[in-house]
Design a protein around this ligand. Sequence first.
Ligand SMILES: [Zn+2]
Length: 89
Amino acid sequence: MALLKGRFGYYQPRTPEEKIRARRREERRRQEAAAAAAWLRKTRWCVAGCGREAARYEDSIGKALRFDGACSPECQAAWERRQTDEKAD
Ligand SMILES: [Zn+2]
């Protein structure tokens, strides 16, 4: 059972209401973790298709993409060029 955060820190839910609240919180946390994992999987490889992993800001919490999903500034530029070309067609 997940812990709830209270005025004096985390505590074990005791009442039915608290247990429901803890379960909902746990469920939301799991969904967010699953969504984050899915996003990491989806954005794992360089968008330019060079076969390398996309570069990320490793020190950031969200693992933000560093070059818009590319592994390097070169790949990012190539990818953007390709996008522009496709729009021009
Ligand atoms: Zn690349």
